[in-house]
Design a protein around this ligand. Structure first.
Ligand code: GMT
Length: 378
């Protein structure tokens, strides 16, 4: 198939899923065209069957802000026509699904409707729960959903939220996040600890784009309480709007030497491989890709009874789920995992087993079947 993928390039789950999906489809022989403002952060090196189209925007003094949505639509239309795209897969409802919809209209005179690409849209989370909930954006998100030929959501939770908010015309299919366990597996290296200046203490990790939903403040508070009872280091991977507040809290708590802000790193396997617990106290999380990737590396997760976490993290088996904001509860469970070696080992092994249920190859087959279904439907 000839597949177009339109996604955000920035450090975040939707861009990661889009890039990993495109790479896996290309490895299976499909020709994959990426559309984004800059190269998606997980795209990596050149590979056969992958084509990347950077969206160039027109800058003209009359326009205060350039029109990304329109430039993207023009690019999709151009590539779809010349490369005969079968499917355009929009990751995140806006602007990607809207631009693809517009591209289709641009092509109306050029190709017969039956030959024009099918539009698949994957909802990732904040496109519904944050952007879709905004009064000014709601109707445009609804349009993007209803004008797509098919819509998928990354969890049952997100599907239900979407149905509640938008009552879409078509059935939403759940295709969860996935992980390539041939790349994400535990392989601890001593030199990583040395480079980070860490001895043999326990390691707590968090990876995200530091947005308010991630509750970075809770992470610092939990870790502070943990650090009072256990010799541990906190690795914070990523960056974003909540970082400076987190740094302030770390200073106030006097734990600067125990917390390492590592910034936006793409190669996270070496860090996950030395981690003992992943903290994800988000107050809303449609799936939680970083948690799944941690589990593939044998890292038990402490997350919240919110969003999609309960769909793949079982209480006491892969870690623990507590109500959002329950700092005391999360601290207690973190200490339990950090101090009971046998329990940690059991959870770690179960995490690896569970991650294999979300193997990239399995879920990519589901996306392929989904595209085929759209192409055969009238
Ligand atoms: O906030 C992020 O990390 C990015 C965010 C997004 O909306 O792009 O990620 C979402 O998509 C990921 C991949 O499907 C999911 O694993 C995340 O749970 C989801 N984030 C939220 O729902 C907050």
């Amino acid at each position: 198939m000839n597949i177009g993928i339109s996604c955000h390039h920035t450090y975040g789950g939707s861009g990661a899923v889009a890039a990993e999906l495109g790479k896996a489809l290309a490895a299976k022989g499909h020709r994959v065209h990426f559309f984004s403002q800059a190269a998606p952060f997980r795209l990596g090196a050149f590979s056969r069957n992958i084509f990347y189209h950077e969206i160039e925007m027109m800058h003209y003094p009359l326009f205060e802000t350039p029109f990304y949505t329109l430039a993207l639509a023009s690019k999709i239309a151009e590539v779809a026509f010349y490369e005969k795209l079968d499917v355009v897969h929009a990751h995140y409802a806006i602007p990607h699904a809207l631009s693809a919809m517009l591209a289709r209209q641009m092509l109306e005179d050029k190709c017969a409707e039956s030959k024009c690409f099918k539009l698949a849209t994957t909802l990732h989370g904040t496109d519904i729960t944050v952007v879709g909930a905004d009064r000014g954006m709601k109707d445009v998100v609804r349009l993007a959903i209803n004008k797509s030929d098919g819509v998928t959501a990354v969890s049952g939770y997100l599907k239900n939220e979407t149905v509640k908010m938008f009552n879409p015309k078509k059935e939403i299919t759940v295709i969860p996040n996935f992980v390539d366990t041939s790349l994400f597996f535990r392989s601890p290296k001593k030199e990583i600890r040395e480079q980070l200046g860490i001895g043999d203490e326990k390691i707590v990790i968090h990876i995200s784009n530091f947005r308010p939903v991630k509750c970075i403040g809770d992470i610092i508070r939990i870790f502070y309480a943990v650090s009072q009872k256990s010799q541990a280091t906190l690795l914070l991977v990523g960056d974003g709007p909540e970082r400076s507040e987190a740094e302030t809290l770390v200073r106030q708590f006097g734990i600067v030497d125990r917390v390492k802000f590592l910034g936006k790193l793409v190669d996270i396997v070496p860090l996950l491989s030395i981690a003992d617990v992943m903290l994800m106290p988000s107050n809303a999380e449609s799936f939680g890709l970083a948690a799944l990737e941690a589990m593939a590396c044998g890292v038990p997760v402490i997350a919240t009874l919110a969003g999609g976490f309960p769909e793949f993290i079982e209480q006491g088996r892969h870690g623990y789920l507590l109500p959002p904001g329950d700092i005391e509860g999360m601290t207690e469970k973190a200490l339990l995992l950090l101090s009971h070696e046998k329990h940690w080992q059991d959870c770690s092994e179960e995490c690896v087993k569970q991650a294999k249920q979300y193997e990239t190859t399995l879920l990519v087959e589901q996306y392929e079947a989904y595209y085929t279904k759209l192409l055969t439907e009238q």
